[in-house]
Design a protein around this ligand. Structure first.
Ligand code: FA5
Length: 344
């Protein structure tokens, strides 16, 4: 038999078989059928020994060329299949960039943080710096340096979670005042607000939480007066509750301020006329404040003969409750999305 003719016939068969191939598995089958170990072209070489010597080179060349050709045809088909598969995939995965985006629900800042940010923005605008301090505090910073020595009866005002005899969960943000004054070394003026979480052993109810947020404000300088304090708190109250609000300062007591005041703002519901919400007083209490006690200034390294200061501290939850008419403080912490989403 003429080997060249046989190889040509096989090539024709291979081409026909390849035309019917639709995927890589089928291609593999065709490949082993035509160029595998048991394929005809692979076994042809065995017959070479029966040929006369002068025919052997031509025979060998023809078989090898045939094999190369078969391999090339199979590879060509493999590439064609790959290209087709890629084209199909691209077509299937085509993205229509003109389609409307689906309505993903996104989160938002929690109402507590919104109010903190609002107050921070206001005070940054008035030249204040923001300071933070540790939530696990020493008794010294939380009480003693604020003129609340051990066994002082005023410690009862802030029921405390003690960790050891000398460490506790801070009951207010006032220790950040002390830390900042100590940091400034009694030399330069202080103008800060300090937001943060605080803890008290209060029973949780509609207006009390064992963990809540405060913002403390502190100004220490050489000519700081009570009217600076009043002006600052009026600005704060109006930013929080509306430009038509008035405030009133009532005498009060905090060991770290002298004189001390409670600050009331005119009731939103009755605009100061008196209603059930404000218990007919026309005012609602919002924060505690006062002129920094000389003992506190001195214990933090400031000379009371040169420096005076004012300070104030407010509960963020209470501010939010008044601002938005929220009747229960626990809403802030139960993470009910129906509540949270109202402040998006
Ligand atoms: C203080 O904590 C003082 N450090 C504030 C202060 C700072 C006065 C600087 C003078 C100068 P008081 O204990 O009143 O004060 O707490 C401040 C505010 O925290 C209260 O007006 C109230 O809004 C809030 N608050 C107090 N206890 C709770 C509680 N258990 N749950 C939620 N809010 C509370």
């Amino acid at each position: 038999m003429d080997v060249k003719k046989r190889i040509e016939a096989l090539e024709q068969e291979l081409r026909e078989a390849l035309e019917k191939v639709n995927n890589q598995t089928e291609l593999q089958d065709v490949k082993s059928q035509f160029i595998g170990k048991k394929a005809e072209i692979s076994t042809m070489m065995k017959h070479m020994k029966d040929l006369p010597n002068e025919e052997k080179p031509a025979f060998g060349q023809a078989v090898n060329k045939g094999k190369q050709k078969f391999h090339a045809l199979v590879e060509e088909k493999r590439e064609a299949l790959k290209a087709e598969a890629l084209k199909e995939k691209l077509e299937k995965e085509k993205i229509d960039v003109t389609l409307d985006a689906p309505d993903f629900s996104t989160g938002s800042t929690h109402i507590m943080n919104q109010i903190v940010e609002e107050i921070e923005d206001l005070f940054i605008g008035m030249g204040y710096a923001i300071k933070e301090g540790p939530e696990i505090e020493t008794d010294e910073m939380n009480f003693e340096k604020l003129n609340l020595p051990k066994d002082h009866p005023a410690r009862d005002m802030q029921d405390t979670f003690y960790i050891t005899e000398d460490t506790l969960l801070r009951t207010h943000t006032s220790p950040v005042q002390v830390r900042t004054m100590l940091e400034y070394g009694g030399k330069k003026p202080v103008k800060i607000i300090c937001p943060g979480k605080v803890y008290r052993r209060d029973d949780d109810d509609a207006t009390h939480s064992h963990q809540f947020m405060q913002i403390e404000g502190l100004v220490v300088d050489e000519k700081t007066t009570m009217s600076d304090l009043k002006g600052t708190l009026l600005t704060l109250s109006r930013a929080m509750f509306g430009e038509d609000r008035e405030i009133r300062l009532r005498p009060s007591y905090f060991p770290f301020t002298e004189p001390s005041v409670e600050v009331d703002v005119t009731c939103a519901a009755c605009k100061g006329k008196g209603c059930n919400i404000c218990k007919q007083t026309g005012y609602i209490e919002i924060l505690g404040a006062g002129m920094v006690n000389n003992k506190v200034l001195a214990s933090a390294g400031y000379d009371p003969e040169v420096y005076q200061g004012f300070a104030f501290g407010l509960g963020i939850e209470r501010i939010a409750m008044l601002k938005y008419g929220i009747e229960d403080i626990r809403h802030f912490y139960t993470n009910d999305l129906r509540f949270n989403k109202q402040f998006k």
